[in-house]
Design a binder for this molecule. Sequence first.
Ligand SMILES: NC(=O)c1ccc[n+]([C@@H]2O[C@H](COP(=O)([O-])OP(=O)(O)OC[C@H]3O[C@@H](n4cnc5c(N)ncnc54)[C@H](O)[C@@H]3O)[C@@H](O)[C@H]2O)c1
Length: 253
Amino acid sequence: MSARVLITAGASGIGRAMAEAFDAAGARVWIADVDKAALAACPDHWRQSVVDVADEASVAALFAEIEADWGGLDTLCSNAGIAGPTALVEDMPLDGWRACIAVNLDGAFLCAKYAAPLLKRQGAGSIVITSSTAGQYGYPHRSPYAAAKWGVIGLAKTLAMELGPHGIRCNVICPGAVEGPRMEGVLAREAAAKGMTRDQVYAGYASGTSMGRFVEASDIANMAVFLGSDAARLVSGQVIAVDGHTVNPDPKV
Ligand SMILES: NC(=O)c1ccc[n+]([C@@H]2O[C@H](COP(=O)([O-])OP(=O)(O)OC[C@H]3O[C@@H](n4cnc5c(N)ncnc54)[C@H](O)[C@@H]3O)[C@@H](O)[C@H]2O)c1
């Protein structure tokens, strides 16, 4: 694969796994992340930018730099997202709601807005947006996250229709619960909110899937590489879960 790939939130977690997988497949990798220290810990041969995807000027500057240095882009992995607050809707603070929507939904919108002209000029490209199983079901105590992750699906389906005639595809990956520090934070907050232990919440997530387990960041990364490749040349407008098959999104353990 000789592709030029941009991955937002590429310095850690799923984004970093995507960067590693594209790198291993022979692509050129550019990671954008808000965390300078995490960027510094990534391999030197990946291009790196400090970017807040919720900030339009920051995103605009990133795409201007990509155009100047690479002359174009083949795959955008719009992956940045934050968990947002854990509370019932009636207790949800508006500022926490807005912050979650800003990174997860505004961020995906802004990256698509600035990627589209670049991709259209070259008449080819692939956009892969990271949603969540929270974008396929309701998610008690996590309303802003669920709303944002459903929102990016509407964005992606629209992008697929607007950009398809220009040879550009857009798809969504919905990861299930991924092993790692982020889910540990989610488990701790959810255990506190529901009066359960961390292990009970973990068991609930795992038992709610047919495969009976969490997924790994590399599982999501492998799907992103496929969607960015010519092997997926007629796959567009799709929402693909990589979650071990969620059968019960809110098990009461
Ligand atoms: N981890 C999971 O279980 C899981 C499940 C479903 C979906 N997701 C989604 O996958 C994506 C990646 O999640 P993760 O688990 O790797 O997250 P993470 O919390 O491990 O880290 C993601 C990275 O995002 C960066 N980031 C945060 N805000 C940013 C911003 N405004 N601009 C740019 N970068 C920013 C952080 O600095 C960090 O390096 C997110 O969209 C998340 O919602 C994760």
